[in-house]
Write a protein that binds this ligand. Structure first.
Ligand SMILES: *[C@@H]1O[C@H](CO)[C@@H](O)[C@H](O)[C@H]1NC(C)=O
Ligand SMILES: *[C@@H]1O[C@H](CO)[C@@H](O)[C@H](O)[C@H]1NC(C)=O
Ligand SMILES: *[C@@H]1O[C@H](CO)[C@@H](O)[C@H](O)[C@H]1NC(C)=O
Ligand SMILES: *[C@@H]1O[C@H](CO)[C@@H](O)[C@H](O)[C@H]1NC(C)=O
Ligand SMILES: *[C@@H]1O[C@H](CO)[C@@H](O)[C@H](O)[C@H]1NC(C)=O
Length: 544
């Protein structure tokens, strides 16, 4: 296949033009961020000028795949060093890359979920740099013509004292490109040597480039959390940041309202949303302080120091790097099809079809939250908690199918009692000893008034400790059922009245508040099992 060596392919011209345009635009992008502006103003009483942060992100997401992007080596997180290295990964001369179709499908699916345009033709390039964990001397990536462009990511920001005011936000996705991961260098200070592990070399990555539409650490962290959830829902990336499956770089600059963007510093390789927020907010404040004191921001790469909470300059990459991009000669342009372009002479098994992948898209987190709120009338913030916990939505909906309790009651039990016990015991939803049918039965007993809510909590704990008994069995064995029997309750009430003459006379003088005290005595006598409405009815009747 002929490879255009010069110029841009027709599909990508748009992407590059808009990227250039973006560098010049000032107006578009972050609407004033209330949190950052207010925080900065509060911290910096002496300045009257209002600084605004501008944050752009690049996320490297490791693709879920059993094998690497261009070789057949297995992908596994905890294998012994250099156990998963093919000749290609070790850059032996004469080896050739073979593109992994599954990785392409995963990138297309991610692009669709992020509302991107999928390029029907994308290309691979060599990006040259010299580092011990990249033995071949270049990374195969997509520079001129990535697989997906021009998307967006909707996320929500919670602000306010109790973080209960939700602001919907949008960040534009500039592009998604496929590329190889590098190996890993392990520095052994004691013996002053560097060891290389190539297990990671060649694993497929998606580089997701977001436009600088964010303005503070909270926004960036919320956007990354949402992206993480989307990738996990799609199954295209496990998204475990602690294990380096999702790594984030942030471009941070500050400027004054109506003025051009300032010089940006790039903070590299942050591996948790919390640290991302802290690194960005620290960097914004650092730059404001420098500018207020008449200093200049350096266009540099920085790292975040988790221990001190500061960003520090990485002087090793000073000076302009020339990556000498060139087309990868061993890989033809990547063609992707849809129903329309799929001609009858290609084997559908061997190509990637956008229409086919679109049909496989699962329900995305945002749609899921909206559906939960509309269908069950639960609060928006509750829908966030449900969706954030893997498997919890399904648990909730299974309980609902099988219980007579209403969704608002069920959500209370799930978010307070159930989730709290899971967290306490460091368990995931599918490790829970309580099954949805068991909880459903318990909540039905409560709903129908067979047990009191305090008895329900007790049954819940027994179910958790789980000897395989059902809620009904536990209620029967432990005699936790509410006493509805009128005659029995009447006897107990009579006794309480006889034992509390002073309260009774107070009530008879018109102080009906004291009735609660008598009700409490009845509950005490029955260990909380007396049906409250019946008790109240009997006492009122006897005392009026
Ligand atoms: C994609 O766009 C639709 C409609 O504009 C929007 O509802 C949805 O939230 C977007 N998806 C993401 C992941 O941002
Ligand atoms: C930061 O900006 C530079 C220059 O525009 C760009 O090359 C780089 O990819 C950006 N990095 C991030 C993390 O957005
Ligand atoms: C900073 O340097 C990068 C490359 O090192 C370059 O792409 C970018 O345009 C520079 N930005 C500014 C504001 O000087
Ligand atoms: C694409 O083709 C498949 C198989 O012929 C069909 O099931 C599907 O509905 C088509 N999708 C679109 C969007 O045309
Ligand atoms: C919680 O469980 C996870 C996975 O099962 C484990 O990696 C982690 O160390 C546990 N944490 C605590 C505090 O026990």
């Amino acid at each position: 296949m002929a490879l255009p060596l010069l110029g841009l392919c027709a599909w990508c011209r748009g992407a590059l033009v808009s990227r250039t345009a973006n560098r010049l635009t000032v107006v578009r992008g972050s609407a004033r961020c209330p949190t950052a502006a207010a925080a900065a103003a509060a911290r910096d009483g002496r300045s009257k000028s209002k600084w605004m942060g501008v944050v752009g992100l690049e996320v490297h997401a490791q693709l879920c795949s059993n094998s690497k992007l261009f070789s057949g080596s297995r992908v596994q997180f905890s294998a012994p060093p250099n156990a998963l290295v093919s000749f290609l990964d070790a850059s032996l001369p004469g080896t050739l890359p073979v593109l992994n179709k599954h990785c392409v499908e995963a990138a297309v699916m991610t692009g669709l979920a992020l509302n991107c345009t999928i390029n029907k033709k994308s290309m691979f390039d060599r990006k040259h740099y010299f580092y011990a964990d990249l033995p071949v001397g270049y990374q195969i990536t997509q520079q001129r013509c990535p697989i997906a462009i021009n998307g967006n990511l909707a996320y929500s920001l919670y602000v306010g004292r109790n973080r209960n005011h939700m602001i919907p936000k949008l960040v534009r996705i500039q592009q998604i490109q496929l590329e190889q991961d590098s190996g890993r260098s392990l520095h052994d200070d004691a013996r002053s040597q560097t060891l290389i592990d190539l297990n990671r070399a060649g694993i497929g990555l998606m580089e997701i480039v977001m436009k600088p539409d964010m303005c503070c650490g909270d926004e960036a962290a919320a956007a990354v959390r949402e992206l993480q959830l989307i990738l996990q829902t799609l199954g295209t990336c496990h998204g475990n940041m602690a294990e380096g499956q999702l790594r984030v770089d942030a471009n941070v600059s500050v400027h004054q309202h109506g003025r051009p963007y300032g010089v940006r510093a790039e903070v590299k390789n942050i591996n948790s949303p919390r640290f991302l927020a802290r690194a960005i907010d620290y960097e914004i404040q650092r730059q404001i302080d420098i500018l207020e004191n008449g200093g200049k921001i350096l266009n540099e790469t920085r790292a975040f120091d988790y221990k001190t909470g500061q960003t520090i300059s990485l002087r090793d990459k000073e000076g302009k790097q020339d990556y000498r991009f060139m087309p990868e000669p061993n890989l033809p342009p990547l063609a992707i099809f849809d129903n329309e372009t799929l001609s009858s002479n290609v084997n559908p098994q061997q190509v990637v079809n956008i229409d086919h992948i679109r049909e496989l898209l699962p329900e995305l987190p945002d749609a899921k939250r909206k559906r939960l709120v509309e269908k069950y009338g639960i609060l928006a913030e509750h829908s966030f908690t449900l969706v954030n916990e893997d498997g919890l939505v399904q648990f909730f909906e299974t309980v609902l199918e099988q219980t007579e309790a209403n969704p608002k009651k069920v959500i209370g039990w799930i978010l307070n009692d159930f989730l709290a016990l899971l967290k306490q015991n460091n368990l995931s939803v599918n490790q829970s000893p309580i099954t949805p049918p068991a909880l459903a039965e318990l909540l039905t007993l409560l709903e129908k008034g067979f047990i009191s809510s305090s008895a329900a909590k007790q049954v819940f704990v027994e179910l958790w400790e789980g000897e395989g008994k059902s809620a009904v069995q536990i209620v029967e064995q432990k005699e936790l059922g509410l006493i509805q029997d009128h005659r029995k309750l009447e006897q107990i009430c009579q006794r309480v009245i006889e034992d509390h003459p002073s309260e009774v006379s107070e009530i008879q003088q018109g102080n009906w508040k004291v009735l609660n005290k008598l009700i409490g005595q009845v509950q005490r006598a029955t260990h909380g099992r007396a049906a409250p409405t019946v008790v109240k009815f009997i006492l009122e009747k006897k005392l009026s």
